[in-house]
Design a protein. Structure first.
Length: 277
């Protein structure tokens, strides 16, 4: 599933291609949305915004297209009406003057006004967005320490979009590693300095991933590994996807586990329970 950084980069590409350009036509695959094709034609998109893994494409008539890619959704920007050869199902197409924004395979698409957005059952319950520049470390610390979340295991908590939105599976492993926190811990088990470091990591790793096209490893190290001929999968992350390979910090073999129903990777030395006591 695309995570917050991937959705925000897609939003940037969509905005660059079609924002403030007259919409020549729109296609919705879902029958209940067909009536909006004519209603939106000729209007302009004023902004493309994200909230975690959700996207809002805002029009100048106060309507917005809400979409969530779920597991398989994928945006493509193409020359006008130039459709790729693919087995994916086209769900939404927005055609401007020179470019088309195409959404494939997504199953969650809605048309909303501002009132509906404010009361949306998913959007209205999301936690702070780690890619929102107004989200601070202090706010994230407060979330970890709140009565609502402090007793939950970190491995499930970091995937809960009601806690913090934008995190997903690879970011979960990377945030825990950069924060030097054991996957077996709850916020309640952490010292104050560990909560602070984990909160800093949640923001820093997520924002670096957005800025660097998905690289969560130390950027200088990633660049040197790339220059040495290593593949992207070898230099992209500190621990995620690196089972049995040496930790870039201490050399210990990275361990893969299945926790909260998803694969997770960690360094048993850098994230040792005993080291954290």
């Amino acid at each position: 599933m695309p995570e917050g950084p991937e959705i925000k980069r897609a939003a940037d590409q969509i905005a660059k291609a079609i924002v403030l350009r007259p919409i020549s036509s729109i296609f919705f695959a879902f029958p209940h949305l067909k009536l909006y094709e004519t209603l939106l034609q000729g209007h302009q998109i004023t902004a493309v915004q994200t909230k975690g893994k959700a996207m809002l494409i805002r029009f100048d008539n106060q309507l917005s297209i809400y979409s969530h890619n779920q597991l398989y959704g994928k945006w493509l920007i193409r020359p006008l009406h130039d459709y790729p050869r693919t087995n994916r199902q086209l769900r939404l197409a927005i055609h401007a003057d020179k470019k088309s924004a195409l959404l494939y395979s997504a199953s969650e698409i809605e048309l909303l006004d501002d009132v509906a957005i404010a009361h949306h059952p998913f959007l209205s319950k999301l936690g702070p967005d780690l890619l929102d520049e107004s989200t601070t470390v202090a706010q994230v610390v407060e979330r970890f320490l709140s009565q609502r979340f402090r007793r939950r295991g970190l491995v499930s908590l970091l995937l809960d979009q009601h806690f913090l939105c934008g995190l997903g599976n690879y970011l979960r492993s990377e945030v825990l590693f950069v924060g030097r926190v054991s996957p077996s811990f709850r916020p309640l088990d952490c010292k104050a300095e560990q909560i602070l470091k984990l909160s800093e990591a949640a923001i820093a790793v997520t924002r670096q991933s957005y800025r660097s096209n998905g690289i969560t490893n130390d950027l200088q190290l990633a660049q040197s590994l790339k220059a040495a001929g290593k593949s992207r999968r070898d230099y992209r992350h500190y621990v995620f996807g690196r089972e049995s390979q040496p930790c870039y910090v201490c050399g210990t073999s990275i361990v893969k586990a299945t926790l909260a129903g998803r694969r997770l990777y960690y360094c048993p030395q850098c994230q040792s329970v005993e080291e954290m006591r």
